[in-house]
Design a protein around this ligand. Structure first.
Ligand code: ZN
Ligand code: ZN
Length: 389
């Protein structure tokens, strides 16, 4: 990913919205990433680092990371986030307090060693204590690594805070390529959710006057298309395919970063996913991977989204063209079946009642003019019952 080139495109964009220049200094994906990370830390003259992980990610990456850093005289300590009674590590108050209790004032920087949750917690703590953080993704499962957004659960409600992006990203390719199938399928889910999120964003701009940036949209589209092109390699777990999946997820995060909000990468499908997540937390049920929920939510919405735009009155050509090339539910099902991922809400424990209420209510979670909101508000009870729910 050429960050300089992206910054130039952002600089030249005349969409009228405030843009955020990318301040990430380095994105490296390599089998020798621990050495490169140590060189970066040395260049910064840092001497004390705190690594945030959980028991799984500690296992896959902490030893080589510590070895590389202590080898150049850096003091490295670890906080391993504790799982709750359901065995989940959540990005919520307890995890944040656990990190802050370990974070002494002499710590120069934090390192997020893990996937989405670890990054959300680290990003929050780094922003609040005003120290930089380094991202070390351990699975290609989610697209938030490079963004500023930290979706946190606060008193049972999922709220996304715009905070800080990492100072650098170091992807240990050998770890990414060994990620469990479920995390890889979740990453593909978070990426393919861009079909509906990009449609929602264009619809929100056209019908609701929401801010829209063509550069951020085209970067997200590029990330989505590269992921789709890599699917045959991802199915085979080829190194090239998994490296590309990671690259797509990082690029999608960069698109959110330059726009400053999650519009490019999060539409109605994410709102359904957030609604289900909050219901699971309220009922003390084990968490389901973010990308797994997004994949299922995208499959739930995509045919209705397509029909609404293609049959809608006077929809602009760009919206029609995007809706036209979107896959149908059946095609998405075939992709996720090949990835051995769940296809239907009931397979991850979402009842027909929860599904119905989410389709009616989830749009209220965010101030966004999405097709999900449009469909929820515009259909009569009968139509909703027959065609949407
Ligand atoms: Zn997502
Ligand atoms: Zn722009």
């Amino acid at each position: 990913m050429n960050l300089e080139q992206i910054n130039e495109r952002v600089h030249a964009c005349d969409c009228g919205n405030p843009h955020h220049i990318i301040t990430i200094e380095r994105i490296v994906a390599s089998e020798h990433v621990w050495h490169e990370l140590a060189t970066f830390v040395y260049e910064k003259s840092w001497s004390r680092l705190l690594v945030i992980a959980d028991s799984n990610t500690e296992h896959v990456g902490f030893l080589p990371l510590r070895e590389a850093l202590t080898g150049i005289g850096i003091d490295v300590s670890l906080v391993s986030l504790q799982a709750d009674d359901q065995g989940d590590v959540l990005a919520e108050e307890r995890a944040i307090v656990q990190v802050l209790l370990h974070q002494e004032s002499t710590v120069d920087a934090l390192i997020a060693l893990g996937a989405g949750t670890i990054h959300d917690v680290t990003r929050f703590c780094a922003a609040k204590t005003k120290v930089p953080f380094i991202s070390v993704p351990t699975a290609p499962s989610v697209d938030g690594f490079t963004s500023k957004g930290a979706p946190l659960i606060v008193r049972g409600k999922k709220i996304t805070y715009q905070l800080v992006s990492p100072m650098a990203v170091f992807v240990p390719s050998q770890v990414i390529r060994k990620a469990p199938d479920a995390l890889i399928a979740a990453g593909v889910g978070d990426m393919l959710g861009k079909y509906t999120s990009l449609l929602d964003w264009q619809f929100g701009a056209y019908d609701g006057g929401e801010p829209f940036c063509p550069v951020a949209a085209s970067l997200t589209e590029q990330a989505l298309q590269s992921c789709v092109d890599a699917l045959p390699d991802i199915y085979k777990r080829d190194a090239d395919g998994l490296d590309q999946l990671m690259e797509s997820l990082l690029l999608s995060g960069v698109a959110m970063l330059i726009f400053g909000h999650s519009h490019p990468a999060s539409g109605g499908e994410h709102h359904l996913s957030h609604y289900w997540e909050m219901d699971f937390i309220a009922n003390h049920r084990p968490a389901v991977l973010h990308g797994t929920k997004v994949a299922i939510a995208t499959m739930e919405l995509i045919d209705s989204y397509k029909t609404t735009i293609l049959n809608g009155p006077e929809m602009p050509d760009t919206l029609q063209a995007w809706a036209e090339q979107m896959p149908r539910r059946q095609e998405l099902e075939s992709i996720f079946r090949t990835l051995r991922a769940p296809l239907r809400p009931e397979e991850i424990g979402i009842s027909s009642l929860l599904l119905a209420s989410s389709k009616r209510e989830a749009y209220r979670l965010r101030e966004r003019h999405t097709l999900l909101k449009h469909m929820s508000l515009n259909r009569t009870e009968t139509e909703v019952g027959e065609r949407f729910l």
